[in-house]
Design a protein around this ligand. Structure first.
Ligand SMILES: C[S@@+](CC[C@H](N)C(=O)[O-])C[C@H]1O[C@@H](n2cnc3c(N)ncnc32)[C@H](O)[C@@H]1O
Ligand SMILES: [Zn+2]
Length: 163
């Protein structure tokens, strides 16, 4: 995978990731790396720390990628309501859940200088409270911005919030 991205300050939030060269639609941009941990481990370490910030990505029913530890540049990619990338899990061919991987791919062609975003798809069971909306406010700036990174739960969750 050629390196076409860089971490720098973002208008959306803190640091973000920007293209340093044109990226084609469908191109695999970067893998989301971090320490493989069980849900119980991350619950024990981060449970109760809901401050609207997370470097956790749900890999599958057994594991979470914890980018607080051994994370790479992908952990700085911000959420967008009209994202130019998507994150998805590639299942291990041998069915080993420890070997599943999270990959970020371009949803459209991206010009050099553009900030990369993907939909975090953070799903919340039950009604989203005012406090949750405040903690997880979205500043992506898209015309269709929902104002929050949270969504009402569907069948599958992608990213963990500390709980
Ligand atoms: C994986 S980190 C992304 C890097 C982050 N910008 C930073 O500097 O730490 C995810 C966190 O960044 C913030 N963030 C990401 N996208 C955002 C958005 N669209 N609006 C507001 N905050 C956002 C939230 O705190 C979120 O939990
Ligand atoms: Zn938004």
């Amino acid at each position: 995978m050629p390196v076409k991205i860089i971490k720098r300050s973002s208008k959306i939030h803190g640091h973000g990731v920007f293209a340093t060269a044109p990226i084609k639609k469908g191109e695999e941009v970067v893998e989301y790396k971090g320490k493989l941990r069980t849900h119980a481990e991350v619950d024990e370490e981060y449970g109760g720390q809901d401050n609207g910030h997370t470097f956790l990505f749900i890999l599958n029913d057994a594991y979470v990628v914890d980018a607080n530890i051994k994370g790479n540049v992908a952990r700085w990619i911000n959420h967008g309501c009209t994202p130019n990338c998507q994150a998805f899990v590639i299942g291990d061919e041998g069915g080993d859940p420890r070997k599943d991987r999270v990959v970020i791919e371009a949803l459209r062609s991206i010009a050099a200088g553009e900030e990369l975003t993907y939909d975090y798809d953070i799903q919340v069971e039950g009604p989203i409270t005012r406090e949750e909306r405040r903690l997880w406010a979205c500043h992506c700036g898209a015309p269709n911005c929902t104002g929050t990174m949270l969504k009402a739960a569907k069948a599958k969750k992608q990213r963990r919030t500390p709980s």
